[in-house]
Each structure stands twice: as C-alpha cells, then as structure tokens.
Design a binder for this molecule. Structure first.
Ligand code: FES
Length: 282
C-alpha cells in the first residue's frame, strides 16, 4: 500500500502523483517502472517511474487515463492510497558518460525524462529534452525539466508553443547542427509511433538510440510472456530484458500489432466503469 502525498492534473487526462514509497525510492533508477494495482482482483498496470527522491522516500509517477484501471488511478487524490505498488522493476537506462544526450518525450512520456535528465546533467553530460504534444495545453512538465537539463525544446503540432512540428523534425534539425547541436545519444519515451519515427530519424545518422517499450504486462517479472517484443530478431521480455531497447533493433510493426490485441476489451472495461460511476452518482 502506498500513500498518495500529492496529486496534480497536468492535462484533462494526465495526472501527476507523488507517493510515499521509501523502499522503491531507495533503489529506483531512470528507465525503471512500477506495477500498480488499485483494487483486489483488479489488473496490474506498469507505470514508468518519472522521478524519485531518496531523502524524502518518495517516487513520482504520471498516469494517463487510457482505460478502466488508469481511470481508477486518476480518480485518487492526495491522502488516499494505492493498494499495491511493486518495484522498481526492469533494467535501468545505461548511457556512456560525457556526451550530449537528447531525451525525446511524447505526451505523458515526457515525465520519464525528469530523473534521467537530472542524473545525466549532475554527472556532467550535456542534456537536451525535446517535449512534443499536439498543442501547448498538452505539453507537460516543461517548467520542472528546465532546471534539470541544459536545454528544453518544445514542439507542438499546431505551433501554439515552441517549434511548430513534430519532435522528429526538430531532432533532425539538431542532428544537422541547429540549436543545441547534434546529440551523441537519444532516448525516446512516448507513443509507439513517435518512438518508431525517432528511430528512423537517428538510424541514418548512426546515433545510438534507446526507446522505452510499454507492451501489455501481467506480472512484470518475466513469468507470463505477455510483454514479449522482438528485438534484433529475437523475442525479449520488456519487463526483465527492457523496458529500454536499442531503437534500431526493435520490430515496431509487431509491437504495435500486439498492443492493439485487447483494444476491444479495454473499451468494454472503460464503458463498464463509466456505467458503474453513473449508477453510483444517481
Ligand atoms: Fe509477464 Fe513480462 S509482464 S513476462
């Protein structure tokens, strides 16, 4: 059980949580995740650890409402509790020191850049965060990231904030020497289509790139096989072999197909939850 210390709405469908979780905070590292469960018998969902504070014994997570369970999580407020929070799980992001690291965050994936940028900047790397969203109201955590990295670049599809266009377009400009300049390493976290586009952008430039895969997970400990992804032609389990993989080796077609497998069931579960909420409030 983890007590919720603070919550904040970041967008209409995205919520920030700071949780009292001293054991997880003590050993968490960038790239790792936790498994949450909000009710007995309910499903477990993987959520990337956005940040941690070892002294305060807290971790930060950002949850996007995409289905019934994430809606249940986002209905919780400070002072409440999350039934189970297990972690830290998965491997952490490993980056050779001394270079220019560019973290690319799409939508709520930007949250995972918090601890990554802070750790890399602290050890002396040059750091740039590129945050992408459809419009300025959907850009999250830019103010929190500014003190944690050397440069923050904002990209919006409609041009309402920062660069008008996709993160990959701005990244391509940087690879060409614009702004903060060519990165030596890219880490992309966000929607699968964005991560695939980042992989294509850096492939030709031969820039080492990691992506954080978020397939369906059941146990999060390598037992069920649900989180299988194909990397370099081999089956890998995202929960124990990842969740971060070499972007140029990931088979995104297979990963996207597998992630669509339970869309209908997810929709039905979300509809059931809406009906239950309507009944309870009438
Ligand atoms: Fe079960 Fe990864 S979630 S093997």
């Amino acid at each position: 059980m983890a007590r919720i210390i603070e919550t904040r709405r970041l967008t209409p469908v995205t919520k920030y949580f700071r949780l009292d979780a001293p054991l997880i905070a003590a050993s968490a590292q960038p790239g790792q995740f936790v498994m949450l469960r909000v009710r007995d018998g309910g499903e477990r969902i993987p959520i990337t650890i956005a940040d941690y504070d070892r002294d305060a014994g807290t971790i930060t997570i950002v949850v996007q409402e995409v289905g019934a369970t994430t809606k249940r999580v986002c209905a919780l407020e400070a002072g409440g509790e999350i039934l189970d929070v297990a972690g830290p799980l998965g491997g952490h992001i490993e980056i050779p020191p001394g270079g220019h690291v560019c973290g690319v965050g799409g939508g709520f994936g930007s949250a995972a850049l918090l601890c990554l940028m802070r750790e890399l900047t602290a050890r002396g790397d040059k750091t740039t965060a590129i945050l992408g969203a459809r419009n300025k109201d959907l850009v999250i955590l830019a103010d929190e990231l500014r003190p944690l990295c050397n440069n923050v670049e904002i990209c919006t599809d409609d041009g309402s904030a920062g660069f008008k266009g996709f993160v990959t377009q701005r990244l391509a400009q940087m690879i060409g020497g614009d702004g903060p300049g060519r990165p030596d390493q890219v880490v992309a976290i966000g929607p699968m289509a964005m991560m695939r586009a980042v992989a294509e952008t850096t492939r030709e430039a031969k820039i080492r790139t990691l992506v954080s895969m978020d397939p369906l997970m059941v146990d999060g400990t390598g037992m069920c096989g649900g989180c299988r992804v194909t990397v370099g032609g081999k089956a890998q389990f995202a929960c124990v072999d990842g969740p971060c993989f070499d972007a140029h080796e990931v088979d995104f077609e297979v990963a996207m197909r597998r992630n669509k497998q339970y869309v209908r069931e997810e929709k039905q579960a979300a509809e059931r939850l809406t009906c239950m909420a309507a009944r309870e409030s009438s």
